[in-house]
Write a protein that binds this ligand. Structure first.
Ligand SMILES: CC(C)(COP(=O)(O)OP(=O)(O)OC[C@H]1O[C@@H](n2cnc3c(N)ncnc32)[C@H](O)[C@@H]1OP(=O)(O)O)[C@@H](O)C(=O)NCCC(=O)NCCS
Length: 155
């Protein structure tokens, strides 16, 4: 993609709390992408529960992805991050991660943690490019696959 159209893409991006206007689409997308998707009710809990979060990203007012997670004493934990397949590779996932780093600072947390399937090289590339480091591996975390544990200290 040319630099100019990439900029145009990121210019029209907006991130807000996931709400009723997109929750069905978000659940549908998870169902399409993940083996263990969050349901509409679970997404609703992520967006409204204590120490939980769910943010949706819009491109020119079209819902294109979201990130969910929870806060523990260790920091901000990513539960699921997903972008609509046709909209991948345009900087949207990166924008969500950038937003999450700002959110982490606002919540006075100093680390972002996540688990990713060992085979999910694309997501690992995104995290590494944002400065995440591998700190462990959990055998059988996903039932059918090990998880790589990654962390970024945000200062
Ligand atoms: C992982 C995911 C959220 C990334 O979203 P995205 O919008 O495609 O990400 P971006 O366009 O911001 O790309 C970010 C980085 O990912 C990597 N990437 C993007 N497209 C790629 C491709 N086709 N092949 C390999 N790596 C790619 C690159 O490192 C890229 O950084 P760069 O543009 O500086 O080179 C998206 O691929 C997705 O929804 N995947 C399925 C769900 C998933 O795996 N979630 C993560 C679970 S932990």
């Amino acid at each position: 993609m040319h630099k100019q159209s990439y900029r145009a893409m990121t210019a029209g991006l907006k991130i807000v709390k996931l709400d009723e206007s997109s929750i069905e689409q978000a659940a549908q997308l998870e169902k399409q992408v993940f083996k263990m998707p969050s349901s509409v009710d679970e997404l609703r809990e992520f967006s409204s529960g204590d120490n939980l979060f769910a943010f949706a990203i819009y491109l020119d007012d079209k819902y294109v992805g979201h990130v969910t997670g929870y806060i523990t004493k260790h920091g901000v934990n990513i539960y699921n991050l997903v972008v609509i397949p046709e909209y991948r590779g345009k900087g949207i996932g990166n924008k969500l991660m950038e937003y999450l780093e700002t959110y982490t600072k606002e919540e006075l947390e100093n680390a972002i943690l996540l688990h990713v399937r060992e085979s999910n090289v694309r997501a690992q590339k995104l995290y590494k490019s944002r400065g995440f480091e591998v700190y462990g591996k959990i055998p059988g975390f996903y039932g059918d696959e090990d998880a790589i544990s990654m962390r970024k200290i945000v200062e």
